[in-house]
Write a protein that binds this ligand. Structure first.
Ligand code: PRT
Ligand code: ZN
Length: 285
């Protein structure tokens, strides 16, 4: 039987979320995850556990058909692979940082400076686009200590909370790239594998939608019902059911995460009571 081969990170920041995505897509992996390769019990898929840096190459070569990896790694490795879908986790930015005591006046500051990074390809492209001439020092880890030991004037590294930069006396001055985990694919998948990929994608999109939305239930006095309904976007229009208590209704709807708090406040002001918010497991529109 044909199986779709997916490469995910063996251990590290993307491992948990990658495994969880498969699980939320209803794909159960055999005998744990602590090995190089496993397969799914209930979906035609084989899973390879690899270092994130190696995933683009394996996917380009077709050893894996698809992979989950940070966009930062995709652009740095620059292989012949395509991005199919953004996955909404592993979010970070690749940023330029300099010592907190430096006067940073703009990109021109970097002219003739030494920049330490593990992302020489992306950084060189960024410098070229901005007509900056700087010396790139490629190092393989602990980039944040480079300015302190006199190895570089600036660094380009991944940032999420910013605490690593802060603890090393650095400040973030430019964003080179925003990144999140993406699903990548090799060129030239067989028709059979494409079919499996389509099934997988359908599930991923349902899971992503569900993660971005909440189911909301509330009680409303009937004389406020119209106003409350007008605040709710819903998938089509909200469901309204009469409560046992005369003059009250129960309203059900779906809210997206980014408008959530805003709308909840307006609902309360409009007289909604007993508001319940429930996670959605899958959402198929
Ligand atoms: O062993 P393997 O090679 O597979 O893993 P790795 O050590 O190369 O990668 P890993 O697990 O650290 O990161 C995998 C991917 O997670 C990266 O390629 C990014 O796409 C994504 N990601 C998201 C991050 C971060 N956030 C992040 N904060 N990767 C690294 N960091 C590091 C950063 O390099 C810096 O050292 O965290 C530190 C900064 O974090 P803050 O919170 O202090 O700003
Ligand atoms: Zn790595």
């Amino acid at each position: 039987m044909t199986k779709l081969k997916i490469a995910i990170q063996k251990s590290g920041r993307l491992n948990d979320d990658s495994v969880r995505l498969l699980k939320d897509c209803g794909i159960d992996l055999k005998n744990g995850v602590n090995k190089l390769k496993t397969e799914a019990d209930n979906f035609p898929m084989e899973v390879y556990f690899l270092r994130d840096d190696d995933i683009p190459q394996y996917v380009e070569d077709g050893v894996a058909d698809i992979g989950i990896v940070g966009e930062n790694v995709v652009y740095e490795k620059n292989k012949d692979i395509g991005i199919i879908e953004h996955l909404g986790f592993g979010k970070c930015r690749l940023s330029i940082a300099v010592s907190r005591t430096e006067q940073y006046t703009g990109i021109a500051y970097l002219d003739n400076k030494r920049i330490a990074t593990t992302y020489p390809v992306i950084v060189q492209k960024f410098l070229d686009e901005n007509n900056i001439n700087a010396e790139i020092h490629e190092i393989s880890g602990s980039v944040e200590i480079a300015p302190g030991i006199g190895l570089a004037d600036a660094i380009v590294d991944l940032v999420s909370s910013g605490s690593t930069l802060f603890m090393n006396g650095l400040k973030e001055v430019e964003t080179v790239l925003r990144s999140e985990a993406v699903l990548v694919h090799t060129s030239g998948l067989s028709a059979e594998k494409k079919q499996i990929l389509d099934k997988f994608l359908f599930r991923i999109r349902a899971v992503k939608k569900a993660r971005n939305n909440k189911y909301i239930l509330l009680n409303a006095p009937n004389d406020r019902l119209q106003q409350i309904i007008s605040l709710l976007p819903g998938m089509k229009s909200p469901t309204v059911l009469p409560l046992a208590e005369e003059g009250w209704s129960s309203v059900h709807s779906v809210l997206s995460e980014n408008e959530f708090w805003d709308i909840i406040e307006k609902l309360k002001d409009a007289g909604a009571q007993g508001i319940l918010v429930i996670p959605i497991e899958k959402m198929i529109l």
